[in-house]
Design a protein around this ligand. Structure first.
Ligand code: ADP
Ligand code: ZN
Ligand code: ZN
Length: 810
């Protein structure tokens, strides 16, 4: 083997910014590959690291040996390393921790090595040519022929035998197999019937002929479905297969959350708009890095376009990543990719168990799966030969991760595509301001789908000014007569209503009648929400709860006024107004029980509910053709957030909710209630026109120098001691100011330090500093310089995190 490369560069999974050089013992030299984990000495500890590269030379220092190699094969391809390095640099985050974030959690726990004997091992043991330790192992294996590495270690009272075992394997004394632990997800297999060879119809019974003609038409069908049409199918199919008229195969099936198998689909003929776009992108598929923005209202056929381009990538022997927003269940989009690409698809999202996640990961590495579809973390899928990346609903905020490595999968999808020299497509009915700005500046090539495939008109949206009802008492303030009238109509027609409110609970704001103090969480600086479901007040940030019969914390009064409204209250009001209606609710509270979401969605699908009340959980990813009316109780809740993206988010959310109406044959209707009918975000959502919104919004962004005209890095500071956090924040602010002055950096604007919008969460006090600049690179460099300052980082009880391109500014 290559004896020269006996050093490796290792990224340690600890908050350290450098990588380190280690030596590999000669015996392990041929085993070590970039993308594998190693155990290394680090100071007085032993820690896990990732091999980044092989190195020929050392840097002159004394270099330590690695202790062990922890994997038999790389966990990610070497070709991803430049991308991962870029992330560490851009998000100012240690490379080892970037890699840790990129890999599925609980990786090693489910990967079990089993050791067994070889003939050579037995022979050599007999002839006495082995070392003492080697014979010991062979003798254990004689008693227990298939022993896990861990129990072998236990028996030898030595857990660090990985390397030793590998050496024995190399000598041919033993074999080592990697197996997944028992609890791996059970893979369901099912029988499918395919066409066999020729037959003469006349000679067959009616039923057999019917089966054959179904298979003729559909090419293949699952036995389960066939049985629904022809109950005796299982027996008949068996007979038919014995004559060779059909083939029966067992195959892994994928079920949607309702338990129905996903059947293969037949691609429709593209319409003119779609065909033009597909051919435009196809022709350039092998021409390197390109960025596209695909804009098109819901049901304009975007998903079909994605599928054609993915198919093209596969035809070029390449792979594809399709990012979809995070939802608790599989989305329509995933379902459709399954139907089109079957077993080539791997799915990655947070709903999977650790072992299931790992199983998917392995399928990708082994190239059994060539299409990955999933939530934001799928952008790290270990693919070596990508042909295209697609980001559906690119405006969705769930692409931003708001802890540890605070990346935005939409943004880094573009970076990965650049490293891989491939096209990337961002698609949305309501593109983000950022992406549309890039399209206007010709950084992105815009592709437009302007017509709906089925020509169904978009729903008609009526704005209701809630100010008119401000002085009304009771239910009419929230469920206005206009909305009631429409609900009544729909119920009488036997159709369904969706009522949307972006806030859960019963009463969201409770105050003491005597002294005016609000009921607040003991640990967080926010008011508590009364939940009748749980019969308690709850804090939505930390989960702290109080009895509903509380006294005022300040004056002891028992008279607590329950103000503010959430989904629970709306549900109650609707039930009083429409006693005959069957009402269900879908929000974080009702969905918290296992399987609850599926049950509720099933009810909607089977039309055993008439009115469904819910938060944005309802707005994403599902298709309910019999909902003909959408009522938006109060469109302003997200508008009042102290955040420069509040208007953008409101517009996107409203447009998305409105789009839930009228997805079937019948035209939908939307009643949008608001205190701000004149606000441009709300007006634009009435027209479902993102360009209208964009052109109103962009002057504000420019005037205040907010993204896309600048880049922002936010320093989030927190700690449990109120005064220490304040003192530290002020000091950090001073250091920033001095450094800015010293570097004569007038391009960087500093805002703060100030107390955060929510000053306390779970007993941690929070401050922040905002750095803003129209020149992105400068601010990144500045923050790196800043954190080199010992005073900034070396603080015991203070946590400081760097949020590059922040979303949650509170
Ligand atoms: P979007 O992703 O823009 O919401 P979809 O791709 O989901 O749009 O298309 C909406 C519906 O129209 C889907 O049911 C899809 O199967 C169907 N569809 C898409 N393209 C075609 C086509 N060319 N011919 C017939 N049906 C189509
Ligand atoms: Zn009081
Ligand atoms: Zn709390």
């Amino acid at each position: 083997m290559d004896k020269k490369n006996k050093y490796i560069e290792v990224a340690i999974a600890l908050p350290v910014y450098n990588t380190y050089l280690y030596k590999i013992p000669l015996s392990l030299n041929s085993l070590a590959k970039p993308g594998m984990r190693v155990l290394v000495p680090f100071g007085k500890r032993r820690v896990t690291g990732y091999i980044i590269a092989r190195q020929k030379q050392n840097n002159g220092y004394h270099i330590k040996n690695i202790i062990d190699i922890l994997d038999n094969a790389p966990l990610f391809p070497e070709s991803m390393i430049p991308f991962l390095k870029w992330l560490g640099d851009y998000y100012i985050y240690p490379l080892g921790e970037v890699i840790k974030t990129a890999l599925p959690v609980g990786l090693n726990r489910y990967d079990v090595l089993f050791v067994s004997l070889t003939e050579k091992g037995i022979k050599q043991e007999k002839s006495g040519t082995l070392t003492l330790k080697e014979s010991k192992i062979i003798n254990i294996l004689k008693v227990k022929p298939n022993c896990s590495l861990k129990s072998l270690g236990d028996k030898l009272k030595n857990s660090r035998i990985n390397t030793f075992i590998k050496q024995m394997e190399q000598k041919g004394l033993i074999t080592v197999k990697t197996l997944l632990k028992q609890d791996q997800a059970k893979i369901k297999k099912e029988k499918f019937i395919l066409k066999g060879w020729g037959y003469e119809k006349q000679k067959l019974s009616k039923k057999r002929a019917a089966i054959l003609s179904i298979i003729e038409k559909r090419k293949e069908i699952s036995l389960k479905i066939l049985r629904k049409e022809i109950p005796t199918a299982p027996r008949l199919v068996k007979i038919l297969s014995e004559s060779g008229f059909v083939k029966i195969v067992e195959r892994e099936v994928f079920r949607d959350p309702f338990g129905d198998p996903v059947e293969p689909d037949i691609p429709p003929q593209l319409n003119k708009e779609q065909a033009e776009i597909v051919s435009y992108v196809k022709q350039r598929m092998d021409k390197g890095f390109q960025r596209y923005l695909l804009s098109g209202v819901t049901s304009s056929g975007k998903t079909e376009v994605y599928m054609r381009l993915v198919a093209k990538a596969l035809a070029m022997s390449k792979q594809a990543i399709v990012l979809v927003p995070e939802i608790s269940l599989i989305s329509q989009t995933e379902r459709r990719f399954r139907a089109r690409f079957g077993e080539k698809v791997a799915v990655l999202h947070s709903g999977l168990s650790k072992s299931e996640l790992f199983h998917q990961w392995k399928r990708i590495i082994k190239k059994h799966a060539t299409v990955v579809i999933g939530a934001r973390s799928s952008i790290f899928a270990p693919m070596e030969n990508l042909g295209i990346i697609i980001v559906d609903e690119e405006h969705d905020t769930s692409y931003k991760q708001d802890s540890s490595l605070r990346y935005n999968a939409r943004d880094i999808a573009i970076v990965r595509a650049k490293f891989d020299s491939i096209p990337v497509i961002l698609g949305s009915a309501t593109p983000s301001v950022q992406s549309y700005y890039n399209a206007c500046k010709k950084k992105f090539h815009e592709l437009k789908l302007e017509k709906r495939v089925n020509k169904h008109p978009l729903p008609e949206i009526t704005l209701i000014d809630l100010k008119k009802y401000k002085n009304f008492r009771g239910r009419e303030r929230l469920i206005t007569p206009e909305l009631s009238k429409e609900i009544r109509k729909v119920l009488d027609n036997g159709e369904q209503v969706l009522i949307f409110l972006n806030r859960r609970g019963f009463a969201t704001f409770s105050v003491c009648q005597d002294c005016g103090k609000t009921v607040k969480c003991k640990f967080c600086d926010i008011s508590m929400t009364l939940h009748k479901d749980y019969n308690e007040f709850r804090c939505h940030l930390c989960g702290f709860s109080l009895s509903p019969r509380i006294k005022c914390m300040k004056c002891g009064s028992l008279k607590i006024n329950l103000l503010g409204f959430g989904t629970e209250k709306i549900q109650e009001m609707l039930q009083i107004l429409f006693p005959d209606a069957r009402i269900a609710r879908l929000d974080q509270d009702t969905a918290s029980k296992k399987g609850a979401t599926v049950r509720i969605l099933k009810k909607i699908k089977n039309r055993t509910v008439d009115i469904i009340v819910g938060t944005q959980m309802l707005a994403k990813g599902h298709d309910f053709p019999s909902i003909t009316l959408v009522g938006i109780i109060c469109a302003d809740l997200s508008l009042n957030f102290p955040d420069f993206r509040a208007g953008e988010r409101t517009f996107q959310l409203l447009a998305q909710v409105a789009g839930r109406a009228g997805r079937g044959e019948k035209k939908g209707k939307v009643i949008l209630q608001t205190y701000n009918p004149e606000h441009f975000s709300i007006k634009a959502s009435k027209h479902q026109d993102f360009r209208e919104f964009y052109h109103k919004e962009i002057p504000f962004r420019q005037g205040l120098c907010y993204p896309p005209f600048s880049r922002i890095i936010q320093l989030k500071i927190s700690g449990t001691d109120k005064n220490k956090v304040k003192k530290y924040s002020l000091m950090a602010g001073e250091i920033c100011k001095n450094l800015l002055r010293k570097n004569k950096q007038n391009e960087i604007q500093m805002l703060g330090p100030i107390e955060a919008g929510i000053p306390k969460i779970a007993l941690r006090y929070r401050w922040q500093i905002l750095l803003k600049s129209s020149m992105g690179g400068i601010i990144n460099k500045f923050v790196k310089e800043l954190i080199c300052n010992k005073k900034i980082l070396n603080q015991k009880h203070i946590r400081i995190s760097i949020d590059v391109d922040p979303y949650l500014m509170m």
